[in-house]
Design a protein around this ligand. Structure first.
Ligand code: DQA
Length: 150
């Protein structure tokens, strides 16, 4: 019997379009395009389909999360600054009940106090934070393993 292919949505939040030039001491030199290439090649290895989007706008991210209903099997999200502010993004994930992994390039728990709280973590399966671009690869791996074993 062939395994049904999983559809995963990857969402990048605000300012992540500037990766590569944005505070490289914190976020590294890899561009968003470079991270997306890493994710696409891991997706091929894992045999899953990825759609990747970035937005600087909270409402656009909410719309994209709502659009996952009955279309996508899982969500990999770096909500960026909205991690620490957005009840709307948290509620959208809860509303569509999509299995979600939250990722961050930097270790948000090692940084300013306002970054320590995540509105997203309570509605996510888990959070990966602090491994640079590798956080995304670890997150995709964890999400796919979760979806294939539950
Ligand atoms: C981030 C951490 C957030 O606190 C910050 O606002 C970002 C990026 C990260 O990937 O490390 O924009 O999500």
């Amino acid at each position: 019997m062939t395994q049904q292919s999983l559809n995963i949505l990857v969402l990048h939040g605000p300012n992540l379009n500037l990766l590569g030039q944005r505070e490289p001491g914190i976020y590294g030199l890899k561009t968003l395009g470079g991270i997306n290439q890493l994710l696409q090649s891991l997706a091929e290895e894992l045999g899953v389909d990825l759609s990747i989007e970035q937005s600087n706008h909270e409402g656009v991210l909410v719309d994209l999360i709502q659009s996952t209903f009955e279309v996508f099997d899982g969500l990999l999200i770096n909500p960026a600054a909205y991690t620490h502010t957005s009840v709307a993004i948290r509620d959208a994930i809860a509303a569509v009940a999509i299995p979600t992994v939250e990722v961050h390039l930097s270790n948000i728990h090692q940084r300013e106090a306002f970054r320590h709280h995540s509105y997203i973590a309570p509605v996510a399966i888990g959070q990966i934070s602090g491994f640079g671009a590798e956080s995304y690869r670890l997150g995709l791996q964890a999400l796919v393993t979760h979806l294939r074993t539950t």
